[in-house]
Design a protein around this ligand. Sequence first.
Ligand code: SF4
Length: 576
Amino acid sequence: MNKWVRVNTCEGTVHVERCSDQELRWGGRNLIAKLLLREVPPTCDPIGRYNKLILSEGLLGDTILATAGRLSIGGKSPLTGGAKESSVGGEAGRKMARLGIKAIIFEDAPADLTPRVLFISKKECRLLEMPELARLAVSETFSRLQERFGDEAGLMCIGPAGEMRLSAAAVAVQGEDGAQVRLAGRGGLGAVLGAKGIKAIVFDDQEAKPAEVYDAKKMREVSRAFSRILLEDPKTENRHKFGTPAVLSLCNELGILPTRNFSSGRFERADDISGETIANLIETRGGEARRGLPCIRGCVIRCANVFADARGRKSVASIQYENIALLGANLNIGEIDEVAELNHLCNEAGIDAIEAGAAIGVAMEAGVLAFGDAEGAKDLLRQVSQGTPLGRIIGSGVTITGKVFGARRVPAVKGQAIPAYDPRALKGIGVTYVTSPMGADHTAGNALETAGAVDPLGTQGQVEVSRRLQLRAAVLDSLGLCLFVRPAFVKDPSLFGRMLHARYGWDLTFEDVQRIGLDVLETEREFNSRAGVSEDFFDVPEFMREEPLPPRNSVYDIPMKEMQGIWNVKPPKGVF
Ligand code: SF4
């Protein structure tokens, strides 16, 4: 991976460039942060010509390591107004890495938004006009692309929401088996791609060869050690069986499961939408239903699933915790089949289910429809795809929806919906929502894993917890590995250095690896500061400091000043 592809979407030109020695040391989220700061005016319009949409491979993206090949997608976010990176599974990232491409940078903006497709193979990189894809749902877009480019192509696209440049739009990536749809959901990056007039990207890696690594023997050794630790970890077994919904019962017990627009942390019907219920239904319904699947070839954790209806026909793949929480408990909907259908409609529109669920929750509280009205919620999501005025409001995310309906309880930080962990009863994640350059993002430093070790209701130690988790997330996002591999690095922190040595021959200490994470965060914070969205000014929403959250009846009470000091302390030695 020593080259990147620049696509000028105004001129319709595609150029391949060689990376400099310095640029070769950037990957994934780190590369996105560096390019944003170097090339994007921080105050630009996120859907204007000066923003860039960047696809970036992690440093280990082209290796045999488990979960390697996850793709980072980034740009200036239409929701937060700051730097954004969203990591996604699926096959496109692996194929892009096999083609030796480190990054693709979409620049400028076309005068005419006729859908175009970027096609990349070993022999060519070119833009094709495909007007027949206009306003097609994600699944139909993938079918048409498969018909034209074959079953082996790696596919990614936006749905109607992205074409309409709605702020909650996502970028969809097809999974390994063709059934999975993975979304780079957070931050509205689908709108940025839509503003470039790009409907889809197709990778044909048929003539590509695996990348040469510095020490293939050492890579095989470290890969085996890495997979072994992951397979021995009890969390892996749990994720394999129940997927990410495994944590729903725990979140309900802790009282952090968003319920009825974040008015409670416990949902009376949690059992009906839990990981155990889902696993059970997948077993008993059979047909197309599956669990324990990889979203990316080579993953040994395999937390993905295909959820099927009562007749065994796929309704959504995968069904995930955050989406169930926001489209289920948060809307007072306890029928898992309804939640699955809502999730599917989000995927079809190409919209972040977290942002959509939070926006509909606010609309329900404002009286637009009643809590528990699953048919009404489906209608709203169909309206997103149709582009009706109400659909466009929901598709613009929770903050816009809250403003339009004059709502006071709007669960967002820095313009982005708070995900499925209410910070009033898991305070460490609240520190992440406020201080992460990513805004309210569950992947930027999720404190759920520390709930057993640090009192989630207390204020002590939460800033330290968030700092550690944010650093580790920034490193993993820069390497191109899934966040769920963290137990391996907790058990053996030397793995980082060994992997990078085997791939590149670099000799890095653990502190050097920590510095990669610090560099990412510093670069993103600098961009955000210049964009006017630094962490100095965006607290959790007021209602979370004032309204006690049942059943723990706690408010968010970590002082802003304490959170603002998060980066004044050096990271601890030896561990994240
Ligand atoms: S652990 Fe789950 S989300 Fe991560 S790469 Fe594997 S299947 Fe995908």
